[in-house]
Design a protein around this ligand. Sequence first.
Ligand SMILES: Nc1ncnc2c1ncn2[C@@H]1O[C@H](COP(=O)(O)OP(=O)(O)OP(=O)(O)O)[C@@H](O)[C@H]1O
Length: 672
Amino acid sequence: MRDGKSYLTFIIEKLQQRLKEVDSSISQGQKEIEGMHEYYWENYTEMDQYGYENFDNQQALLQQVNANQEQLALKHRLERMLNAPFFGRVDFCYEDEDTPESFYIGIGNFSEQTGQVPYIYDWRAPVSSLFYDFDKGPASYEAPAGVLEGEIHSKWQYKIRCGKMIYAFESDIKIDDDILKAELGSNGDVQLKNIVRTIQKEQNAIIRNTKDKILVIQGAAGSGKTSIALHRIAYLLYHDRKHMKSSNILILSPNSVFSDYISHILPELGEENIQEMSFDLFAYRELRDTVIDCEDRYDQIERELSCPDAEAQDRLHRKQSEEFLGLTEVFLANLEDSLMDFHEVSFKGIVKTEAELVNLFYFKFQDLPLLSRMEAILEHFTDEYETLYNRRLSEEEEEKLSQEFMGMYATRDLYVLYSQLLEESGFAPLPHVSYEKRVLAYEDVYPMLYLKYRLYQKKGQKNIKHLVIDEMQDYSFLQYTILAELFPCKMTILGDCAQTMEEQQQDVLKFLPGILGRHTRTIVMNKSYRNTVEIARYANRLAGLTDMELLERHGKEVEEQKFACQEEALKKVLSHLQQESPYETTAVLTMTEQEALMAYQYLKEYFQDISYIDRNSSAFQKGITVTTFYLAKGLEFDRVFALGRKEKNGLLLQAEYICATRALHELYMYES
Ligand SMILES: Nc1ncnc2c1ncn2[C@@H]1O[C@H](COP(=O)(O)OP(=O)(O)OP(=O)(O)O)[C@@H](O)[C@H]1O
């Protein structure tokens, strides 16, 4: 049996050979494309008048372009593999055989020719699960044909960079943990890393879970939730290429910086990137016809921090609660009558009496939402007219009829109706203003969106087959109710109750199964990988967590200090920043936007290339970053300076916990 080093030499040769073939196929394809273009320009005047030849030409061209693009993607994959073709090996002896077979594992499959036994197996291939799930000894894996049993004779881990072997370890001597510690001990990249080399057994079980329709992961800070979700997407795409394309997956992510932070992993794993969106942005787009602007979650947090208002908090919660949904249903039931004013319609010989309209409205079309029903009746009427006279209605006629039918609603303005709902449910109504002045407070955004979906037929998101919701603890009962309606697909939902951005922690696990149904499976992960033991212990004390498992990676003790004002605290931050440091990324995290801006302006005097992240930012860079705790959520930095407050309340404590858990190696908790 060959050792890893000689196998590497063999593979590099094969990869180079393959790359040459791909290169020549790409240039051949390119020539053909050019030839087709030339042929077209020389002959298009003589092509048949019906455009058949032109069409055939276009099709052939398109096919060639697609083929070339595929080859180009393959070229990129092979180039990536040339850098590090494999990272693991399992020597596995099948039950009924005498000698073990070596399976080398890498970020993609590689074989001499398509269809031949691979030289390297993709980390997502069935046999690769041996590497993640078992140590030396009896083992099995699930192949398409069934479970295959056998014994692992040895397991190897490799680090290869630029085609050179950096190290090779036989891993039954528990080197896994050391390798993991070495990976985690290195300085943070600007983007989240792929973890294929060191996926842990419990993480692997989640990544490869295809059985559960709804998978909910409650994971402690730094337990790898986001990483797992992305690797899971890569796994699902690999295993169901026929039915699942990257365009069928959507990630609901908190903001654009976070989207940028995770955007490298899928391309690194050889997959296309997928769509990402924040739910607040989606809601805003959906309500744009009704209001000129909507507050987002961050406006709400800023307000809570600058002028805490218990009444406003209470209102926010009541409006997002199950009880309020009940009140909305009562309101809708009453609206069935109170909104309508039927009257006879007579148009060019066709008459619809009030009784006939009532009948159509409450019986024939009763299943349609209230505000979509009259449109259906209008369509019904138009059909009748066009069939009778065998002519289409003109635009003016359509307009006139539409006015007459829609005029039977007392109003169709969602803003007015929602305001009415608020009043009837014991809340203050919305200000009576024109469209240009309608700015919706955050507490009203989702209740209004819900009302919209109950009143109008909604556009389903049928194209989405898998929805990933990150930071699950930040969505309310009402938001999940809306999401369940909009996305009747598979879901991976992940988050951490301890990182709720509110006065009190929200345990979404209590209500999720009720909304999403009994096919919901919840997995809890308590092992944290991000922080040193010193930081993790400190953070756990802040949040009162006692059941966390920590990876034994040690570092500096957390530095806590109190200052008279924020400027004093900033001076201290500055003195640290001016010292030589081995770190790539440092964050200065504040509670509010205003504080972040002040810190940024202060530090900018000393460091030209410092970056400031606000909610419109879409990327974060190496070096020093200043931002608020809520925008740093989900991200990580080598070193964190948290500028907290001496006074405490629920939200400020949560904020401190979020800041503390962002640090990989060093943490400074300052208060003023
Ligand atoms: N198996 C693993 N091997 C190597 N690194 C890992 C592993 N699991 C997690 N990590 C690392 O731990 C850190 C935290 O991972 P991730 O951001 O996915 O956690 P999270 O649970 O989403 O955290 P949070 O909720 O605090 O934002 C990352 O640097 C990630 O690369």
